[in-house]
Design a protein around this ligand. Structure first.
Ligand code: ADP
Ligand code: TPW
Ligand code: MG
Length: 590
């Protein structure tokens, strides 16, 4: 065989005397991933990628198989957020690909790097729609949901395809990349030396993006002129992994700050400048808002509405790596287009030691409000009610996170989410994984697995009983890999509340309620983990403490009063209203 030309589709006869100087698509793909630092693949096996998983494991990559691709995908997305490098998910064709695609779309929406590698069926049959096994034009389907999509047809292009995927997922605004791997590619054979030469390591994956000096000067002018400035720190800043730089900038400026949900802990929630407990006051009264890695999307009411005070009264300054994010909602008086570390560096350089912090009149008023609200909340967090309410149970979680600050907190649900986010302080960066930009249910067990695998730390999941159900089968995965994950199910027998009724008077339960008093703890017992019930906050504290000591997979069924929650938690206002409902159903709220 020629040393320079790749040999494709070599038939069995040619391979009779296969020697070690040949390689194939399987091994080129594994080598390309390893060359680019991949240590873990989140996977569900099947045709045509079963052997790819086996060989990858044999070649030293950790291959974690899930029970459903969506959760393997959510794990890869969370790994991308935690590592600032693409998390890798691997699936079979059509249905497996579609299951994984939800997670890829989630990664793209959250601006996290992830690569979904899916096997695909025979192009010749798929493209003529002749009805292949799991037939689908996956490349086309993926496009609207991915930052980029690529298909590799030739073994000699595997290095190129993987490099393109890494670059696209990570550079600029990160996102999800789809990599289509036809089954026939994996079996292609080529000369091993040539194969090795074809692989590429992506250089400077998180390349710096330096803001223009004029933009820095403009931003400092605007920030200096503010009387009541506010910082909003988003998960882009947590992702950027320049924690000390952000702290230095925040403390130099001296502005009160609001962390977005997954930015909690980048600056500790109990820092004197943290204004979370005075959120309404600072949103309304501030005259200048400095956004660092946070978008003015629905989570911030698009930066307008009554919560934001008088229309057009505020100035906005924004750091973002994505130029088109600027002006997407409000006018940005001073855009800083660049990566957060470079922007923070440039701002600190330009400030030198020469900065006047905002007046005590402003920061003192914010602090007083924070202290009053924290004091008002404190006794509610100390009740020992049985069944529990959200405050009593979250009071325990708050203590646990203060005592074990390296714990990764995974959180989803409605009330179980909103109460946890507002009550439970996070003390270190990237220790909170939650429903993200879409507010999706189902990220729980995938995020938990990634949290445990990528960091080695203890994971604590705070899960609504509905939220848990979306990924509950993955408790088997957690037991199989014996991960230090403690799942607390806030069990109120349903979605938002457990006391809903069927308004027709019929026998079916309400669309929002589940089987009463379900024994979720038995799900963990079924696979050899620890499953227990907590009826009150004391039980909860003791059972979490035991789980953390043993580091065994544990599920705590925490019994919450059926009527403790509110419809849709804190975002009930987003539900459309029917003007006729209250005339038709006596039960409908006015
Ligand atoms: P949150 O939900 O916490 O408000 P978002 O996901 O809405 O955060 O916003 C994160 C923003 O951070 C995105 O607009 C993204 O482009 C930006 N971003 C991500 N990484 C960086 C980085 N390294 N430097 C600057 N901006 C970044
Ligand atoms: C993929 C809609 C938002 S919150 C929620 C659902 C179904 C569950 C709330 O009940 P839970 O929490 O978890 O028991 P609690 O404490 O209030 O009782 N499908 C997807 N994403 C979303 N967001 C929904 C449905 C939803
Ligand atoms: Mg519930």
């Amino acid at each position: 065989m020629s040393q320079s030309e790749p040999v494709q589709n070599m038939n069995a006869k040619n391979l009779e005397n296969a020697t070690s100087d040949l390689t194939d698509g399987f091994h080129l793909l594994i080598d390309a991933l390893k060359l680019n630092g991949v240590k873990t693949i989140y996977n569900v096996p099947g045709i045509p990628i079963t052997d790819l998983g086996r060989y990858a494991q044999a070649q030293g990559i950790r291959v974690l198989s899930f029970r459903h691709e969506q959760h393997a995908g959510y794990a890869a997305a969370a790994a991308g957020f935690l590592n600032k490098r693409p998390g890798i998910c691997m699936t079979v064709s059509a249905p497996g690909f579609l299951n994984g695609l939800t997670a890829l779309a989630h990664a793209t929406t959250n601006c996290w790097p992830m690569i979904l590698i899916s096997g695909s069926s025979e192009r010749e049959i798929v493209d003529l729609q002749r009805g292949d096994y799991e037939e689908m034009d996956q490349l086309a389907v993926s496009r609207p949901h991915a930052k980029a999509s690529y298909r590799i047809l030739l073994a000699e292009d595997i290095g190129l395809g993987v490099a393109r995927a890494f670059r696209a997922a990570t550079t600029g605004r990160p996102g999800g990349v789809y990599l289509d791997v036809p089954g026939s590619l994996l079996g292609q054979v080529m000369d091993e030396v040539e194969g090795k030469k074809s692989l590429r390591q992506v250089i400077d994956l998180n390349a710096a993006s330096i803001p223009a000096p004029a933009a820095i000067a403009r931003a400092l002018e605007v920030l200096k002129s503010a009387k009541k400035p506010l910082l909003i720190i988003g998960k882009g800043a947590a992702y950027a992994q320049c924690d000390e730089k952000v702290r230095q900038l925040v403390e130099t400026l001296g502005f009160p700050y609001l962390p977005m949900s997954m930015a909690k802990g980048l600056m500790p929630d109990n820092h004197v400048q943290c204004a979370s407990a005075a959120r309404s006051l600072v949103l309304k009264e501030s005259d200048c808002v400095f956004l660092i890695g946070a978008r003015l999307n629905w989570l911030l009411g698009q930066g307008q509405g009554p919560a934001w005070g008088e229309k057009y009264a505020k100035k906005f300054v924004q750091i973002d790596i994505e130029p088109t994010e600027i002006d997407s909602n409000q006018t940005i008086s001073a855009p800083l287009i660049g990566d957060i570390e470079s922007c923070a560096d440039a701002l600190l350089d330009a400030i030198g030691g020469n900065w006047e912090k905002p007046s005590k009149g402003w920061t003192g008023a914010v602090r007083a409000k924070v202290e009053a609200n924290v004091a008002r909340m404190a006794p509610k967090l100390r009740n020992n009610n049985s069944p529990m309410d959200y405050q009593g149970a979250m009071g325990v979680i708050k203590d646990v996170m203060a005592e074990h600050q390296d714990t990764i907190l995974v959180n989803e649900g409605a009330n179980a989410l909103d109460q946890c986010r507002s009550i439970v302080d996070i003390h270190k960066p990237r220790k909170r994984l939650d429903v993200g930009t879409w507010g999706i249910m189902g990220i729980g067990m995938g995020s938990a697995v990634a949290g445990a695998v990528e960091t080695g730390n203890q994971v604590l999941c705070v899960e609504g009983d509905s939220a848990f159900g979306f990924s509950g089968m993955e408790v088997e995965t957690i037991c199989r890999y014996n991960l230090p994950i403690c799942i607390v199910i806030f069990n109120n027998n349903g979605i938002y509340r457990g006391d809903g009724e069927n308004w027709s008077g019929g026998e079916d339960p309400s669309p929002t309620v589940f089987v009463k008093d379900s024994k979720y703890e038995m799900m963990m017992q079924a696979f050899g983990g620890v499953g227990v019930v907590a009826n009150n906050p004391d039980d909860l504290r003791r059972t979490i403490s035991e789980a953390f000591k043993s580091r065994k997979p544990t599920l705590i069924n925490a019994i919450i009063a059926e009527d403790a929650g509110r419809e849709s938690g804190n975002i009930g206002n987003l539900n459309p209203t029917s003007v006729v409902a209250q005339h038709i159903y006596p039960q409908a709220k006015k």
